[in-house]
Design a binder for this molecule. Structure first.
Ligand code: ATP
Length: 345
């Protein structure tokens, strides 16, 4: 049942046919995000490309947004943000996706304070499962970070596919400086192993309450990611079982080939979680196909091509019934001073 108030939305809100925006959730580097009701009365996060005058310092923004629309509508997994519909191109490009009322993980993290082990492991398992699915589809995420992980009760969901691409089709290297693998700093293309590296940084953030490298500028961080060995996670956070701590530390190996696979990481996380049916082995509820793996980190060739804009704007999918809107709220304001996406290539 549509319980949306019938009053008109404020006039400075976008007029996207079929949606009633009610408030601004936030503004990113490419889009403004509104809480809105769609035609079925469900709550959605409605992402709308920023107007051209606001994108002038960011020439690749429209392309990045188009990419995000296509990838979000294409990928289907319980631990990836669900896209409902969108329009990839044009000045009024937009994307309607699953709304996460609890907000993103970064707002729940306090510097220096790890999450309780059980909660941290649950979050990491979810992210690893979503990422593993992406890799199986031939895609790389390229921007795994706590700001792009959303929480929905016990479910952790990886979102924001603006930097993602299908490896078979090529794309630009990118990411966020606290999380970027050495090869990305060197301007090489991102691979599944680069995502594993970013996942390792996320692992430290969640389980140790701090990122492994803390530089205060882009250059400092580049030096640390390229040259400094990651601190021991067991030392930083003795409550993390040794095998998992060692694996997460190995995810930060400078050479991509020395990093563990997501399957190895998932198995270690499953072990700590003590799950009877490992998430690593569970079928992805919403997936129709799965990809064969090529080598340790390589993804299969893409099983599906990117959704063309014409299809993207028509794509619709059923969604869970929305819960009541809560008071949004995290414990902290954003913890990442380096918000700009970089493209060192
Ligand atoms: N699906 C969602 N559910 C709830 N809130 C969301 C959702 N998507 C985005 N938001 C909110 O909107 C803000 C802007 O999101 P967006 O993804 O555009 O940018 P970002 O990830 O914060 O930054 P950047 O685009 O620079 O990476 C987020 O910080 C978050 O507060």
């Amino acid at each position: 049942m549509n319980t949306a108030p019938q009053s008109d939305p404020p006039s400075d809100f976008p007029a996207i046919a079929g949606f009633r925006p009610s408030r601004l959730l936030g503004t990113g580097s490419t889009a403004r995000v509104y809480l809105a009701r769609d035609g079925e009365g469900r709550r959605v996060a409605l992402k709308v490309l920023l107007p051209a005058e606001e994108l002038q310092g960011n020439p690749g923004a429209a392309e990045m947004f188009a990419n995000e629309v296509r990838m979000t509508l294409q990928l289907r997994h319980p631990h990836l943000a669900r896209g409902y519909s969108g329009q990839a191109y044009g000045e009024e490009a937009w994307l309607a996706l699953e709304y996460f009322r609890e907000g993103s993980l970064d707002t729940q993290l306090l510097p220096g304070i790890p999450l309780p082990l059980e909660q941290g492991v649950r979050i990491l398992r979810g992210v690893a499962a979503g990422l593993d699915y992406m890799h199986g589809q031939g895609a790389v995420h390229q921007d795994v970070k706590s700001q792009n992980v959303y929480l929905d009760g016990e479910r952790a969901v990886l979102a924001d596919f603006g930097c993602s691409y299908m490896m078979g089709q090529g794309g630009r290297a990118g990411g966020s400086p606290f999380y970027m693998a050495p090869e990305i700093y060197r301007g090489e293309g991102g691979t599944a192993a680069s995502d594993v590296y970013s996942f390792g940084v996320l692992g430290y953030e969640v389980l140790a309450g701090q990122r492994p490298f803390q530089g205060e500028s882009y250059e400092d961080l580049m030096g640390e990611h390229l040259l400094t060995a990651a601190p021991s996670l067991s030392h930083l956070s003795p409550q993390v079982p040794r095998p998992l701590a060692r694996l997460l530390q190995r995810a930060l190996a400078k050479a991509p080939a020395d990093r563990p696979t997501l399957a190895e990481l998932l198995a270690a996380l499953d072990e700590v979680a003590g799950v009877p049916e490992p998430l690593s082995a569970a079928p992805a509820a919403a997936c129709t196909e799965s990809g064969a793996r090529l080598g340790r980190h390589a993804a299969a060739s893409p099983l599906t091509s990117q959704v063309p804009a014409s299809q993207a704007s028509a794509s619709q999918a059923p969604a869970p019934a929305p819960a009541d809107e809560p008071a949004a709220g995290g414990l902290l304001s954003r913890w990442n001073p380096f918000r700009k996406k970089s493209d060192p290539a």
